[in-house]
Design a protein around this ligand. Sequence first.
Ligand SMILES: [Zn+2]
Length: 74
Amino acid sequence: MAANDNKPKAGEKIPALKCPICRRATEEKFRPFCSQRCADVDLSRWLTGVYAVPAAPDDEADEGEFGAERPADF
Ligand SMILES: [Zn+2]
């Protein structure tokens, strides 16, 4: 067992996260965004319903399968 295995190898850096709004490198101060401006853009998108999550199709499939196998006298 080598004691040096836990040390990060040279050149093995964690890739910088990208701003979900403009795809630029994020700033630690504004994570996960690159700037206050992009954080505001994201917030306004949430507030205006752009990120509204549609109903999951998986639930519908499971419900149908369960209904077909459910005993009549349940
Ligand atoms: Zn940005």
